[in-house]
Design a protein around this ligand. Sequence first.
Ligand SMILES: *Cc1c(COP(=O)(O)O)cnc(C)c1O
Length: 367
Amino acid sequence: MILLTPGPLTTRISTRQAMLSDWGSRDSAFAALTANLRDRLVQIVHGEETHAAVPIQGSGTFVVEAALQTLVGADDKLLVLANGVYGERMASIAQRLGRRVEIRRWPVSSPVDAQEVKAALLRDATITHVGLVHCETTTGLLNPLEQVAQVVAEENRHLILDAMSSFGAIDIDVRKPPISAVLASSNKCLESVPGIAFAIVDKESLSRSSANSSSTSLDLHLQWQEFERSGQWRFTPPVQVVAATVEALDALDHEGGPKARLARYRDNFSTLLTGMKALGFRLYLDESVQSPIIATFRYPEFWTAGDGVFRFDDFYAAVARGGFLLYPGKLTEDKTFRIGCIGNVNKSDFEELLRVVADVLGTPDAR
Ligand SMILES: *Cc1c(COP(=O)(O)O)cnc(C)c1O
């Protein structure tokens, strides 16, 4: 099966083969693997001088929760910039933690506006941290990271970036304007298997955050200290996932780094979009705000197959019989579905997908 999802996604055979060994979690060979992983995660966002990578067991949400617990203190205040499910989730995590939170919302089809962020920061000097989702996987919208980071830096606040679905493909530079924390996971653009997430955090913020987390396991400060002290994870690490992720980082280097990976995703996305348009489908977002990570399509209004009514479940099942797994939409107001462009997939996979969709439509191959 080819997974056209936001992750877990289609991985290389070499990445899965890297999981065939057993590793002793307290053995020096595994400590070296962990050190390798941490160094390379920091390099991806150019944080060698200032930042440390703190991996944690679990999916992406675990590191979002760990980061908010650890970096936002009881006297701090978090401003969350939301235009989708993941921004909303960030805010609800912080609320459940009892942190002071303000949320500013934009429509799901509109990027965050950096000037409005600036105004909000000027109005409220008690805001200490700003939470932004880089690529809102809800729709595939790319938020203006540089502009937001710029105003957050001008106002001397800390930016916490959920880069879950962009890390490893879309360039992120933590140096200028500075980003305090970048959050991501193994199973998206890094094209590894699921099981670890990580925060890449500036060391000053990590040093200052010892008293904040009230969780035993979701504490980035303690996790960081243990890596620095012994090179080991605090609790049982998913050793095979770490091995697979180091191998996936090798594959990223081999491909030519994030730039080359992004170029492949762009090629995937443009092949998909051109073909889907030719078949009569419409993209949900304006193309100017769309990332090449995942595409949201509206349910078609024309539909000639079956009884003439488009049902996503039937469409999904028919496309799955052709070898591809699509992804449902996440919008409450509009009927949509999603097709991911990330993973170990390339243009020829999308050409094949378009043949399958054309078949399902029962129309002649419109490309
Ligand atoms: C995938 C994702 C997450 C984390 O989701 P999990 O299901 O916990 O892995 C968080 N934010 C964004 C933007 C994501 O795409």
